[in-house]
Design a protein around this ligand. Structure first.
Ligand code: TTP
Ligand code: MG
Length: 363
């Protein structure tokens, strides 16, 4: 028997909480975000109800544009403390179903049921029960995907939104994915989609047709990862952050070796942003920042800087990385890969000290 994993994602989370507390908003286009100021407002949409989505409105859209698309919508400012409270309650409910639990953001989580259910029929019952319990307790709906891997569970939870359940058993993986746009694969955004489209790959079925060695030949590490995902072979465990972890790192290989500083800088920014997600979520501080750089021909260098006191600061880390990078910026060889590693981790800093540390600038 394979694994049984759920991915739970709340429907239009902030908007759902607002509609719960203000029943007059129910069934209407509702937008949570910045003040639209009759179309002159700055800032963006945090999220919106499904009724608002029919007008083409979505998260991160400028609020002025949302106003143009639907001026008669209800516009409200976010109430983050309230959403944090609801999020905590939802996560506490989910944790009661299985110890294999992993929170992903404020409104999504994985739950592994492999040890709890013996088949997908039982898993469906639990899935329905989770939806009922969350609705009874918090008054909001969620969508749940149930599948043999984390990635498939995530794709499934998005498949039938809002308020849906999608179950994908091993024997249905291929038919489920075959005709889906490749943008549904987590990690493939608009830019990467374009890259694959230009190579004739449009639907996930186009990836499924390619054998593993060819995927690696064509797309390197990403090729291997995509091959695993689309064949239901992603074996990442469902677990919270490991306290014993020594470092958090990420690296990126360029599609083509490069010396374009603009591309290098945006890639550093992207990697830095990504590694700070778990840093913020688990409230981790770090003392050592390491730059990794690999040139054409696989010659690799690392350079580190250690601070006197631990920090948790995305901007400062980028500054240090760019400082360390200076040494290499004048070379003639093109760059194949760059990476950032944060180590000397600390999760036990006292709250008061932590607040103080956030204000300190480190030499
Ligand atoms: P999502 O789960 O991405 O979106 P959602 O829950 O609003 O809608 P869906 O039904 O499609 O899942 O994000 C969860 C919350 O995070 C969302 O309610 C608001 C917040 N958020 C932002 O503030 N800005 C953003 O750009 C995104 C994507 C989300
Ligand atoms: Mg959501």
């Amino acid at each position: 028997m394979g694994r049984i994993i759920l991915h739970i994602d709340m429907d239009c989370f902030f908007a759902a909480v607002e509609a719960r507390d203000n029943p007059e908003y129910k069934g209407k286009p509702l937008i949570v975000g910045a003040d639209p100021k009759e179309g002159k407002g700055r800032g963006v949409v945090a999220t919106c109800s499904y009724e608002a989505r029919k007008f083409g409105i979505h998260s991160a859209m400028p609020i002025s544009q949302a106003y143009k698309l639907c001026p008669h919508a209800i516009f409200v400012r976010p109430n983050y403390f309230k959403y944090a409270e609801v999020s905590k309650n939802v996560m506490n409910i989910l944790k009661t179903y299985s110890p294999a639990f992993q929170q992903m953001g404020s409104d999504e989580a994985y739950l592994e049921l492999t040890e709890i259910c013996s088949n997908f029929k039982e898993a469906r019952k639990i899935t329905e029960n989770i939806k009922d319990v969350i609705y009874d307790s918090e008054g909001i709906t969620c969508s749940i995907g149930c599948a043999p891997t984390k990635t498939l569970a995530k794709i499934s939870s998005d498949h039938n939104k809002p308020n849906g359940i999608t179950i994908v058993e091993s024997e249905n993986i291929k038919s489920f994915l075959e005709n889906m746009d490749i943008i549904r694969i987590p990690g493939i955004g608009k830019k990467t989609k374009k890259y694959y489209n230009e190579k004739g790959i449009k639907v996930i079925g186009d990836f499924i047709k390619i054998p593993l060695p060819r995927m690696i030949e064509l797309f390197g590490k990403s090729g291997k990862w995509i091959w695993e995902i689309v064949n239901g072979l992603d074996d990442r465990p469902v677990q919270e952050f490991r306290e014993d972890r020594k470092s958090i790192s990420r690296e990126r290989t360029f599609l083509e070796d490069t010396d374009d500083f603009k591309l290098i800088l945006t890639t550093f920014e992207e990697i830095n942003k990504k590694i700070h997600k778990p840093i913020i979520k688990h409230n981790i501080f770090y003392k050592t920042i390491t730059l990794k750089i690999r040139f054409q021909g696989f010659i690799t260098f690392t350079r580190s800087k250690s601070l006197l006191i631990p920090i948790q600061n995305e901007k400062k880390t980028l500054e240090i990385i760019l400082e360390l990078y200076k040494e290499f910026s004048k070379g003639k060889r093109k760059i194949r890969l760059i990476g950032i590693k944060l180590s000397n981790l600390d999760t036990k800093i006292k709250f008061k000290q932590r607040n103080l540390l956030n204000f300190l600038t480190v030499p």
